[in-house]
Design a binder for this molecule. Structure first.
Ligand code: NAD
Length: 242
């Protein structure tokens, strides 16, 4: 493998592809050697251009097929597409190990979001009553966002206490006892607020993604991490906090 990572971008015509490709083309250590979208033969392109790695931001329906194509073609994968179950991740880990290649799958490549989740986890033992508000652009189809869902799961595992019980939808989705409230508004890319409260005080941790460029440093860190790695890396945490 050369010093420069030869990259194919899968999902090139999408919002992430269009936002990230210009920045990737000028990123040191990266050469964009292919761009594919729906209908293209990803495996054939990987082989034709002798790609080292594939960056995949496509759609949940393409998540497993594309990951398997990357493994079968012998490339490394840095995958941001959502829709993987825990079982899917276990399966891909085994398949990547058998093929001797490496994948990194992360539900969120923003460094600020990785930090927000860690800071929030650290606060839970001291301020266990916590709720989440996540806001995204109106084009987002899923609610709550996979990232907010994951934050809630992590806070629950860290000991968050359930709030007052209520069957009212206005109280948000109950994720393992942590309430998650979703807003969909034009003009806001992505925001997550983690609200803690205790008698006499409140703590708010908030992350704003103003532009999809916030995902670039995490993706570049992912490309470095999978170089020479065998098996699946789950999220950016093990890369940033080894
Ligand atoms: P989008 O719908 O704007 O773009 C997706 C693109 O993928 C489209 O051009 C579509 O034609 C293409 N596509 C669909 N199926 C394909 C296939 N089988 N092979 C190749 N291309 C295919 O979506 P988006 O906003 O760019 O987001 C893409 C994915 O990335 C979503 O799953 C989204 O949730 C996820 N996402 C992840 C992060 C992260 O940090 N991990 C950040 C933003 C978005």
């Amino acid at each position: 493998m050369s010093e420069t990572t030869r990259v194919v971008f899968s999902g090139a015509q999408g919002r992430m592809g269009q936002a990230l490709l210009p920045a990737l083309r000028t990123s040191p250590g990266v050469e964009v050697v292919g761009e594919v979208d729906q209908g293209d033969d990803l495996g054939q392109v990987i082989r034709d251009v002798r790609a080292d790695a594939v960056i995949d931001f496509t759609a949940p329906a393409a998540a497993m097929p594309n990951a398997r194509t990357i493994i079968e073609a012998g490339a490394q994968g840095v995958i941001g597409t959502t829709g993987y179950s825990v079982d899917d991740l276990d399966t891909l880990d085994a398949e990547a190990r058998a093929a001797g290649t490496g994948l990194l799958i992360a539900a969120n490549f923003s460094l600020g979001m990785v930090l927000l989740q860690r800071f929030a986890e650290a606060a839970v033992p001291y301020l266990p009553r916590v709720e989440i508000i996540e806001t995204h652009h109106e084009g987002k189809v899923d609610a709550p966002s996979g990232t907010a869902q994951r934050t809630a799961e992590r806070l629950a595992a860290a000991g968050a206490e359930p709030g007052p019980a209520s069957g009212d939808a206005a109280r948000g989705l109950d994720v393992d006892g942590v309430r998650v409230h979703s807003l969909r508004l034009t003009g806001i890319e992505a925001r997550q607020e983690v609200h803690f409260a205790a008698p006499g005080e409140a703590l708010l941790l908030r992350h704003d993604a103003h532009s999809r460029l916030c995902y670039l440093p995490g993706i570049l860190a992912g490309l470095d991490a999978v170089r020479g790695h065998v098996g699946l890396i789950r999220g950016l945490d093990p890369v940033l906090f080894p």
